[in-house]
Design a protein around this ligand. Sequence first.
Ligand SMILES: O=P(O)(O)OC[C@@H](O)[C@@H](O)c1c[nH]c2ccccc12
Length: 261
Amino acid sequence: MNILDKIIADKRREVELKKSLIPVSQLEKSVLFERTSISLAELLRKSDTGIIAEHKRRSPSKSVINQDLNVQDVAKGYEEAGVSGMSVLTDGKYFGGSLEDLLYARASVEIPLLRKEFIIDEYQLLEAKAYGADVILLIAAVLDRKQIKTLSEFAKNLGLDVLLEVHNEEELEKSIMSSLDMLGVNNRNLKTFEVSTDTSKELSEKIPSDFVKVSESGISSVEVIKDLKNYGFEGFLIGENFMKTEDPGASAKEFIKKLKA
Ligand SMILES: O=P(O)(O)OC[C@@H](O)[C@@H](O)c1c[nH]c2ccccc12
C-alpha cells in the first residue's frame, strides 16, 4: 500500500468515529456557520504576488519540520507579511495538525483560510465551515468524478471556495467542472514524494482559463514563481520553505518583498 492509500484508509475510520460522536447538528451550532466566507480565488485574481502560506508541523516526506511554534503567531505573521491566504493542515496522524489549529488561526486573522485535509466525506466540509475555513481542498488522486462533483457542490452550498488538486493530465481531465474555483497542480507526487515544478508548467496549458491556477509544493525561490507566472499561475502554495524557519511570518515577508522587487 502506498502512503496515500494508508492515509485515506485511516481517514475513513477517523471520519466514521467522529460522525458517531459529534452529530452534524452540533457542528451547525458553531457561530462560525454564520460567518461569511472570503473568496481566495477572487483575492488571487487581484493579487500581484498570490502567496498561500501553509502551517505544517511535519509531513510523511520530511518528518519534523517545526514543532515549536504557535499557530496563532504563524497566522498573524503570515497576515502581516501580506499573503493572500493561509493553508492549515488539519490531519493529525501524518501532519501533526488539528481542527483546533484551524480554529485558532481563524480567531487570529481575517485572511482566507484553507482547510488542508484529505476530504472524502461531506461531514468534513461541515467541520471545515464550523472551524472557520473559507476554502477546502479536494485531491483528484483519491476521488472519482462523481465524488468530486458531490463534494464540490456541497462546499459551494456552504459558501466555501474549492481548490481541486491534480498531479497529472488524467486527473485533470476527469475533474474539470464548474463547481471548482481553483485548479492546483501539486508539484509533489503524493505517492512517491518526488518534487518538480515542471509538473505545473506541463499541465498549465491544459487548465481552462476560467479557473485560477495554483502551483503547489516545492517552491523555495522567487525565481520559480516569476517563471511560473509566465505559464498563467496566480497562486503559489508554500509550506516548508517558511515553516522550517524560526519565524515563518518574517520569512514570508522577506519573500514577498523580493517578489515585488
Ligand atoms: O511544503 P511545500 O513543499 O511548500 O508544500 C506545501 C503544500 O503544497 C503541501 O503541503 C501539500 C500539497 N497538497 C497536499 C495535500 C495534502 C497534504 C499536503 C499537501
